[in-house]
Design a protein around this ligand. Structure first.
Ligand code: XBP
Ligand code: MG
Length: 254
């Protein structure tokens, strides 16, 4: 089967955005609103089981803050906090706060040179995607991606496959011709659910997740002089960077 398109998750996959990005921005929004909510590194790792920032805040209150009396307009409070969090997060990206993960720029540039189509399928808010692309890749990088599926455009977030279905449908792409890139179990389940083979690059929050069924699991995509480490999945026959030729083999493999 021919490889025609690469579809990327954003948070944790293009860049390590969660611990030093989203988490910090949530805490800024909480303290600015005078709330005593604080998400430390370990707690945030647990909260990441729920995708979507608004959903994550509601989950935190329901599971961890039995003491908190929800106001009548709790939904509006969550929406306000989330808007403030997005403002803090995009400002942090604007200061160049979060770089791309190893090999991401190399692979995107090779894909563009070779006419491979690119897209994004993420749970995060569209403004966050735009800010990351703009500040970490290039001012015009949004135009590198044919479809950007993000945030609330689908009702059910990952691990539901909906965002991948949304992107595949807009691209007119059969899943057998695409490869998804994810960093988490929720992301893998979403991509698999839509019939896509998936490359996993783990990070500190996701290393111990269950990645059975992934095409290959790596520590990162690899750069010349900075080889990836294969953690599980398909054999890579001595390859040290994940490039389009290797991806084409993975997509046509068993
Ligand atoms: C990332 C998420 C998001 C971000 C926060 O999922 O779960 O919720 O943590 O983003 P993915 P918002 O890796 O699939 O992109 O606050 O904008 O929801
Ligand atoms: Mg992710």
């Amino acid at each position: 089967m021919t490889l025609e398109a690469l579809i990327f998750d954003v948070d944790g996959t293009l860049a390590d955005t969660e611990r030093d990005g989203h988490r910090v921005a949530f805490n800024q929004a909480f303290s600015e609103a005078g709330l005593d909510w604080h998400w430390d590194v370990a707690l945030y790792g647990e909260l990441l089981a729920v995708t979507g920032g608004k959903e994550r805040m509601r989950h935190y209150i329901d599971r961890c803050r039995a003491d908190y009396q929800k106001p009548a307009d709790f939904d509006a409070l969550v929406a306000r906090l989330h808007a403030a969090k997005t403002r803090h997060y995009t400002a942090l990206l604007g200061r160049g706060g979060i770089p791309l993960r190893p090999g991401v720029r190399r692979l995107l540039e090779e894909a563009r040179r070779r006419g491979i189509r690119l897209a994004i399928a993420t749970t995060t808010t569209p403004d966050n995607v735009t800010a990351l692309l703009h500040h970490a890749i290039a001012p015009e990088a949004e135009s590198w991606f044919e479809v950007i599926g993000a945030g609330d455009v689908v009702a059910a977030k990952k691990p539901a496959p909906d965002i991948y279905y949304y992107v595949l449908e807009r691209m007119g792409l059969p899943p057998s011709r695409g490869m998804a890139f994810e960093d988490s179990e929720n992301g893998l389940r979403a991509a698999q659910g839509a019939g896509l083979k998936t490359v996993i690059t783990v990070n500190d929050y996701t290393r111990a997740h269950d990645f059975r069924g992934a095409a290959v699991v790596l520590d990162h995509l690899g750069e010349p002089g900075r080889p990836f480490r294969r953690l599980s999945g398909a054999r890579v026959n001595g390859a040290t960077v994940l490039d389009i030729d290797l991806l084409a083999r993975l997509v046509s493999g068993p």
